[in-house]
Design a protein around this ligand. Structure first.
Ligand code: ADP
Length: 394
């Protein structure tokens, strides 16, 4: 028996964070990188540069792999089907992945399972969009079924005038129209499943979005009724089973207390997810280790939380260009906060790292959030002179 070789298409931070887990388990990880400088490129020995939309490049990369998996969902589904027909072990399978690539496919499949969707319709033109808005009431949300991320491809439609102004969005085909859900919080239910069908979920978490981007995660979500938490987790497990998902899957949810199941499903991601970064320090098994185990069809690790609460805070590119200049102050400010840097150059608004902090017994969520925010903002903005001296002397 030799240790397995795993290939990851895409060299972003998700691929990068799989690298230490592969190293610990003795697996070889290879990455198909978009360029020589992407986040994961220097985290593994083998990271050829290639275009993931080019079948030849994918074929070449797949040679010698035990399994091919992903850092993102943008690989053309047809290429994956071709690779499978040529004997490549692709996980997750394209038939599952399509539910994370196409929001209309996802809505239909979730409806078939009888799980909670917002009111929705496939609309082909402005007339159908107007009809949907009249039927369920304004405001509504219009989405491009494919290619959206971080809120791009999502448009709020508050009135019939807005609907008419969206005519140009129909150039590439039909769109998804949804009720604008009056939610109290966004939640995420993260699960992993193996090709043999073993599946495990982590605690349902509260995700705080800023400008359509995940900013903070509180794990587990506080004051969430046990029934809703259990239903959300079991919905995610049911989806994973029904769609044949392998690896990690996140179900992003809107909490709707007092209505229906208490949540509706917003969208699915089939890979490790930003709302699961807390597991790196807050769970017995991190989502990155679990993803590798799952795609290799190995037994899954325990998903128990290591503390009562874990807070994850992203830091985006900001004022500070030389990130390491602020590290001493950041690390000194909160020795219990764990920093995860993605090795990316700084651009405003770009996700360049995150921090995690797990609670001490009895510690409040506010205190944890403050600790995480302190460290993230010192790294993002650079250390003010006072923070440096306080951090280094305390
Ligand atoms: P993306 O694929 O770009 O992440 P999402 O479908 O997650 O797009 O939508 C981005 C954000 O827009 C969500 O996080 C949420 O805040 C808001 N949103 C999306 N759909 C709805 C909806 N049906 N009702 C209310 N808000 C929505």
């Amino acid at each position: 028996m030799t240790f397995p070789v795993i290939g990851v298409v895409g060299g972003g931070q998700l691929a990068r964070m799989m690298a230490p887990e592969a190293l610990n388990l003795g697996f070889e990880l290879r990455i198909l990188a978009e360029g020589p400088d992407v986040s994961a490129a220097r985290s593994v020995a083998t990271a050829p540069v290639g275009d993931y939309t080019d079948l030849m490049a994918l074929r070449e990369f797949a040679r010698g792999l035990d399994v091919l998996t992903f850092d993102h969902e943008h690989v053309p589904n047809a290429h994956l089907q071709t690779l499978i027909s040529e004997g490549v072990n692709v996980q997750p399978r394209p038939a599952a992945l399509i539910h994370a690539q196409d929001k209309l496919v996802m809505r239909r499949a979730i409806a078939e399972l009888g799980l909670p969707n917002p009111a929705w319709a496939e609309v082909h033109n402005v007339a159908e969009l107007l009809a949907f808005g009249e039927e369920i009431g304004w405001p509504i949300v219009l989405k491009t079924p494919r290619g959206g991320y971080d809120g791009k491809g999502v448009r709020m439609i508050d009135s019939p005038d807005d609907a008419r102004a969206a005519a140009d969005w129909f150039v590439n085909g039909s769109l998804l129209a949804e009720d604008k859900v009056n939610f109290t919080r966004e939640l995420s239910a993260l699960v992993a499943r193996t090709p043999s069908g073993e599946a495990k979920g982590w605690d349902v978490v509260h995700t705080i979005q800023v400008d359509g981007v995940c900013d903070e995660v509180i794990a587990p979500a506080k004051d969430l009724s046990e029934d809703v938490a259990a239903a959300a987790r079991s919905a995610a497990l049911q989806i994973a089973e029904a769609f044949g998902v392998t690896g990690v899957m996140a179900a992003e949810l809107f909490e709707t207390p007092g209505h229906g199941a208490g949540f509706v499903i917003n969208e699915l991601a089939m890979r490790p997810h930003n709302t699961g970064h807390w597991t790196m320090n807050g769970s017995i098994t991190s989502q990155f280790e679990q993803h590798l185990r799952a795609v290799l069809d190995l037994p899954l690790g325990a998903t128990d939380a290591l503390a009562e609460t874990t807070v994850m805070k992203n830091y985006l590119g900001g004022a500070n260009q030389n990130l390491f200049s602020a590290f001493a102050a950041a690390l000194a400010a909160e020795p219990r906060v764990k920093v995860h840097a993605y090795g990316k150059s700084v651009r405003p608004g770009r996700k360049i790292g995150h921090v995690n902090v797990v609670s001490e017994p009895g510690e409040s969520v506010d205190s944890l959030r403050a600790r995480a925010n302190t460290v993230a903002s010192i790294i993002r903005d650079g250390a003010p002179a006072t923070a440096i001296s306080e951090g280094l002397t305390s």
